[in-house]
Design a protein around this ligand. Structure first.
Ligand SMILES: *[C@@H]1O[C@H](CO)[C@@H](O)[C@H](O)[C@H]1NC(C)=O
Length: 174
C-alpha cells in the first residue's frame, strides 16, 4: 500500500475535501449492468465465483458501488488513499488542446488511469494474484470504468466537476 505521505499534497487535499460522487449510484450501477449484459457465460461464472461479498449476488452492478463506500469509511483498509484513484486532473486546455500526460497528470500512477492499469494487471489470472486480490481488483475496475466515462472526472476543473453549483429538480446541489 502506498504511503500516505508519498501522495502529493494537492492530491491529498483533494482527497480530504468531501466529494459528492457526480456519477452517483445509478450511473455506476448502469455501467455495471451494461457490462454484465455483455459478459460471455464462462466469464459471468468467473465473476460470480470471484465476488466474496455475498451482497453483490455475484453481479457487477451492485459491486460497482463498493469503491465509493469504502473510500472514506473509518477503519476500511482502503480509506482515504484510494479516493484519488477515482479521477484524473488533466492539466490540458480543452478547446485549445486536449491531452493526457501520465507524468504530468498522474504522478506515481495515482489517478483513475493508473488505477485501471494497476487493477487490470491484478485481475488478469495469468499474473498469479490470489483470489482476494482479484476480487478487490474487479470491484475497483467495475467502479473506475464508470468514473473514467464521467467527463468532469477527467479534467482538472472544480474537483472533477464536484464543485460545480447547479439547480436540479428545484434543489441546489453540486
Ligand atoms: C495498486 O493496487 C494496490 C493494491 O490495492 C495499491 O496498494 C496501490 O496503491 C495501487 N496503485 C495504484 C496506482 O492504483
Amino acid at each position: 500500500m502506498k504511503s500516505f505521505l508519498a501522495i502529493p499534497l494537492t492530491v491529498l487535499l483533494t482527497s480530504l475535501t468531501p466529494l459528492v460522487d457526480a456519477w452517483g449510484a445509478d450511473g455506476h450501477k448502469a455501467v455495471g449492468q451494461i457490462a454484465q449484459n455483455i459478459l460471455k457465460s464462462n466469464v459471468e461464472r468467473q465473476v460470480a465465483e470471484l465476488f466474496q461479498d455475498k451482497s453483490f449476488g455475484g453481479q457487477l452492478a451492485p459491486a460497482s458501488l463498493w469503491a465509493d463506500t469504502i473510500k472514506k469509511q473509518k477503519g476500511s483498509p482502503f480509506a482515504f488513499w484510494s479516493a484519488p484513484l477515482h479521477f484524473i486532473d488533466t492539466q490540458d486546455n480543452p478547446g485549445k488542446s486536449c491531452s493526457v500526460d501520465e507524468e504530468r497528470d498522474c504522478p506515481d500512477g495515482v489517478c483513475v488511469v493508473g488505477a485501471i492499469a494497476n487493477y487490470t494487471t491484478q485481475l488478469d489470472c495469468e499474473n498469479g494474484f490470489d483470489r482476494d486480490t482479484r476480487d478487490i481488483a474487479l470491484r475497483f475496475l467495475t467502479h473506475f470504468f464508470g468514473d473514467i466515462t464521467q467527463p468532469l472526472h477527467v479534467c482538472g476543473r472544480s474537483k472533477g466537476g464536484n464543485d460545480v453549483d447547479v439547480t436540479f429538480d428545484g434543489r441546489k446541489t453540486k
